[in-house]
Design a protein around this ligand. Structure first.
Ligand code: BEZ
Ligand code: FE
Length: 293
């Protein structure tokens, strides 16, 4: 520097004035794409949030520290980021926006983190309880089209927690591999059946940043007892849903906003073949036709 103030150099185009934090203005000069189209509104919303909330530097650093901790609690077995999206109701919102269901179709809801695509095929009526522990449950269902006709040959994937509210992939040392999971095919009348045990309600993990946040807000981590179903049939939209025990005390305060009126069912007390007392669940899953894209 020679100590003299210099103006713009001769022959160089002047750089357009840019606000110090105006990332959206930079994006606007890039070729339009789905990424820039999503990032622009996202950054604008975050800037608006910062203007509204006016965090101190320490609060901003603490927020970044929290997001870092979420990453440290995420790996192949545990997805704390997914859990945050679930607990804030964002996963449920994405589900609703992507799969609007017409009147009469079974509503979809969040899949959750415990689905396994490699569960075994099981024979009609087989049990999915490989350790036989818990209150026996007989499930019989039908898969139909929106117009009411049976859907034969549909694939019905099922997964659930045990009576203590634990999935087999949460406790691989305590439960047999693929316990309480199975894949079934519907018969010519669209029917499927299996036996199982009554699922227990459970709580989201409380030992990580999401659990800590919810607990510090006094919000509940509970999920009412449910069974997950994923149904695929030719020419129909795949249905991913959960059927909830209407009698579960946590039915009105699901931590991940998965409960919908059309997903409540009675797990009726009954005498099962062989004289055992248990529960019975009867359900109809209604699929809607594939939309043209
Ligand atoms: C579940 O239903 O398995 C589940 C869904 C969202 C978060 C955690 C668990
Ligand atoms: Fe679940």
């Amino acid at each position: 520097m020679d100590g003299q103030e210099k103006g713009p150099q001769q022959g160089m185009a002047p750089v357009a004035a840019e606000g110090t934090s105006d990332f959206t203005a930079r994006l606007a000069r890039l070729p339009a794409s789905r990424l820039t189209g999503a990032l622009g509104p996202m950054v604008a919303a975050l800037q608006g949030l910062i203007r509204d909330v006016r965090p101190s530097r320490a609060e901003f650093r603490a927020t970044l520290g929290y997001l870092t901790e979420l990453g440290h609690h995420s790996d192949a077995r545990r997805q704390e980021w997914v859990l945050l999206a679930d607990a804030l109701g964002l996963s449920a919102l994405v589900e609703d926006l992507n799969s609007p269901r017409p009147e009469g179709a079974t509503p979809n809801t969040v899949a959750g983190p415990f689905y396994r695509p490699d569960a075994p095929d099981r024979a009609p009526g087989a049990t999915i309880s490989l350790d036989g522990k818990g209150l026996p449950l007989a499930v019989s269902g039908r898969v139909t089209a929106l117009a009411g006709g049976p859907l034969a040959g549909a694939l019905v994937e099922v997964w659930q927690a045990n009576g203590q509210g634990k999935y087999e992939n949460q406790e691989p040392d305590l439960q047999p591999e693929n316990n309480l999971r199975g894949r079934f095919r519907t018969d010519a009348q669209g029917r499927f059946a299996f036996t199982s045990v009554m699922p227990g309600g459970y709580a989201l993990p409380s030992d990580g940043p999401v659990g800590r946040l919810m607990t510090s807000l006094g919000l509940c981590l509970e999920r009412p007892a449910h069974i997950h179903f994923r149904v695929s049939a030719e020419g129909h939209e795949r249905l991913t849903t959960q059927i909830f025990d209407r009698a579960d005390p946590a039915i009105g305060r699901d931590a991940v906003f998965g409960v919908k009126p059309g997903l409540l069912a009675d797990f009726r007390a009954t005498s099962l073949p062989g004289g055992q007392t248990g529960r019975a669940l009867e359900l109809t899953l209604v699929l809607c036709p594939q939309r043209q894209s």
